[in-house]
Design a protein around this ligand. Structure first.
Ligand SMILES: [Zn+2]
Length: 404
């Protein structure tokens, strides 16, 4: 089998986990077969094992990770012949369209099958005439080029892509844009954090890393994610857009680049202002400029959408994010670089990290998008308000405990 299975540091009571894999020798037309995963869940569910195992990997990697080097690995260590055949139940494929989808439940290879399913289900394989084997190989290569950071890892890539897929369905985006645009949205989501080193742009710039120098301090990370995405697509074996004509490829490249670069939160106010202006003048989805701005806002929403998810799904992500932040601030302290208070383990707690972000960034952004797609209010804005209330309660409990 392929796909990295987390190895927990302490034994976990997962009694047995049997993967039923089929040899990969079926003709291309049968390649959208899916795996059969039989799990005898013991004391720990697969879900909690993923969270726990994950946490181990993170600690391990955090101790061994080094600064970015110039060598970007565009590797493909495993090829599709070992791709297990997965069977996704109707229940799973329906659930996959919901923002409530439990993203912790799936092993890396299962996430690959789910992503693969999205490309088939949205008609992207047909639209871009994608060779199904190239699709599998591309997804494998993308997975291998995400690092095992506490937060910015392949599961985050899956989360953002799954939320994009959910929003495409929730908002029936195919009624407003071409299939090509849906492909740009989903592919940008899949690639948006490729080879993220686990240290943000501020660190890159202050530490004068190779990336900051290469991109002149202008969105160094996002430029890098995008460059890695197109390095992968420059290899015919992993180019899902190999069969489109030159002009289509140019549009796809421009679209994906625009969307990945829009995920830099330093551009948040600029992008939201531009979107609000378009709403005031009357949003028109036949206007390319309007549609481009909407697409940028959509990927931004998906990128920071964890708090839209149910509490059991979203909360472990806060620990992952804080772990990544603390790694960075510890390193900044060691290297004598400025430390942002929101990353400082002496200043931030889970609720304080989330309350302001939900109140001033997430709710206003999703409310703005809800002006175009009213269904977003119930499905996304309401859960955000519930999450904010919960963190406020958590904060009062923390404060009360401090006083004792
Ligand atoms: Zn991201």
């Amino acid at each position: 089998m392929w796909g990295e299975t987390p190895t927990p540091s302490e034994p976990v009571n997962v009694r047995s986990l049997i993967l039923v894999c089929c040899p990969y020798n079926s003709p291309p037309s049968n390649l959208h077969g899916f795996p059969n995963l039989c799990v005898d869940e013991g004391t720990h569910t697969k879900r909690s094992k993923n969270i726990m195992g994950y946490s181990f990997r993170v600690r391990h990697i955090a101790n061994t990770s080094t600064a970015i080097t110039d060598e970007t690995k565009i590797s493909l260590k495993r090829d599709v012949p070992n791709y297990p055949k997965y069977t996704l139940s109707q229940e799973t494929v329906d659930y996959l369209k919901q923002p409530t989808f439990d993203i912790w439940h799936w092993e890396p290879n299962e996430m690959l099958s789910l992503l693969e399913h999205m490309y088939h289900e949205l008609g992207l394989v047909e639209e871009f005439n994608i060779n199904p084997i190239v699709l599998k190989r591309w997804l494998l290569c993308v997975q291998e080029n995400y690092r095992n950071n506490p937060f910015h890892n392949f599961r985050h890539c899956f989360c953002v892509s799954q939320m994009m897929y959910g929003m495409i369905h929730l908002c029936k985006l195919w009624e407003r844009m071409a299939t090509e645009d849906l492909g740009i949205l989903l592919t940008a989501a899949v690639c948006h954090d490729l080879d993220h080193p686990g240290y943000n742009n501020t660190y890159q710039i202050n530490a004068r890393t190779e990336l900051a120098i290469r991109y002149n301090d202008i969105s160094p990370l996002e430029n890098h994610h995008c460059a890695v995405a197109f390095q992968i697509l420059s290899n015919p074996e992993t180019n899902i857009f190999a069969n489109v004509d030159k002009d289509t490829f140019k549009r796809i490249r421009a679209g994906i680049t625009m969307l990945i670069l829009a995920t830099d939160m330093a551009r948040h106010a600029e992008i939201m202002e531009s979107f609000k202006e378009k709403l005031t003048s009357g949003f028109n989805d036949r206007n390319k400029d309007h549609l481009d701005t909407l697409k940028m806002v959509l990927i931004k929403c998906c990128d920071i959408s964890n708090e839209v998810r149910p509490m059991e799904v979203s909360e472990p992500w806060v620990d992952c994010l804080l772990e990544e932040y603390f790694n960075q601030s510890d390193r900044e302290k060691m290297e004598g670089l400025p430390v942002a208070p929101f990353m400082d383990r002496d200043k931030v707690t889970k609720p304080t990290a989330q309350i302001g972000f939900i109140k001033f960034v997430l709710i206003p952004m999703f409310e703005t998008v809800a002006k175009v797609f009213t269904q977003i209010d119930e499905v996304m804005v309401q859960p955000l308000k519930t999450a904010k209330d919960r963190y406020e309660e958590m904060k009062s409990v923390e404060e009360a405990q401090k006083q004792h």
